[in-house]
Design a protein around this ligand. Structure first.
Ligand code: CTP
Ligand code: CA
Length: 222
């Protein structure tokens, strides 16, 4: 019989969290990026630390302060993030991919500033490795949480991502929901697990972090 619930259920556990945007350079002065602020990933890192975990936060460029007692590693590109994630993956108990990883990068990076010589400029992009998908198909003991950002057919698309990437939990954002999205302190999401879809109310990213970790601990125990 479980007669005591630990206030530190992640004591001794390793949790890897990615956060923020990536920046994909095209020359020394320019990059392609997205609107991610890093708020969700940083909130998750704080929450996991409070539950006793050893937390590693791999973050793209973000204005946010590093969370207390969390190991933070700053990267710029999706390739940089992938490399760092791989070097920590083996000994993790949980991995949470909250980062808004760039799907594509410029095929070539100019060493010199690109000059506006022509009337049009075509930029060729190539696909970045899907980090979450890679982890889902190479996991050993890790419980893996992905995020999904959708603007239409939200639940259907998200269920497909959940299955394809072999996640244990997928947190789905609908960008067009009031109070959800990149810069807000609140979020309205649904949680997808193997057998359920939980529609959550609008709540702070701090509260949502507690809920996500709670869910992950349960999923791992199942
Ligand atoms: N992700 C990743 N590596 C990438 C792209 C995305 O690890 N190169 C992760 C994100 O961190 C997130 C999840 O995949 O946890 C879903 O990201 P999302 O952009 O919603 O889905 P994609 O699979 O990239 O599909 P699309 O952008 O076409 O909807
Ligand atoms: Ca994407």
């Amino acid at each position: 019989i479980e007669y005591m619930i630990s206030p530190h259920p992640l004591q001794g556990k390793h949790v890897l969290i990615t956060a923020g945007p990536t920046q994909e350079s095209l020359d020394p002065v320019r990059f392609i990026s997205n609107h991610s602020s890093g708020k969700m990933g940083y909130a998750l890192a704080r929450a996991a630390r409070k539950l006793g975990a050893h937390v590693t936060l791999i973050s793209g460029p973000s204005q946010l302060r590093a969370p207390y007692e969390v190991d933070i590693i700053k990267i710029q590109s999706a390739q940089g993030m992938f490399k760092q994630v791989l070097s920590y993956f083996d000994f993790q108990d949980y991995v949470i991919m909250a980062a808004a990883v760039g799907d594509y990068r410029p095929k070539e990076v100019n060493d010199q500033k690109i000059k506006k010589e022509n009337e049009r400029f075509d930029l060729e992009l190539v696909k970045n490795e899907d980090i979450l998908n890679y982890l889902g198909h190479h996991k050993t003991k890790q419980t893996i949480c992905g995020f999904a950002m959708e603007t239409e057919n939200v639940i259907e698309n998200a269920k497909n991502k959940f299955l394809k990437k072999n996640c244990d939990l997928l947190v789905v954002n609908d960008l067009f929901e009031e109070g959800a999205g990149f810069k807000t302190n609140t979020n309205k999401v649904a949680l997808i697990t193997k057998n359920f879809v939980d529609y959550l109310d609008l709540m702070s990213k701090d509260d949502l972090s507690d809920l996500i970790l709670d869910k992950l601990i349960k999923v791992k125990g199942e």
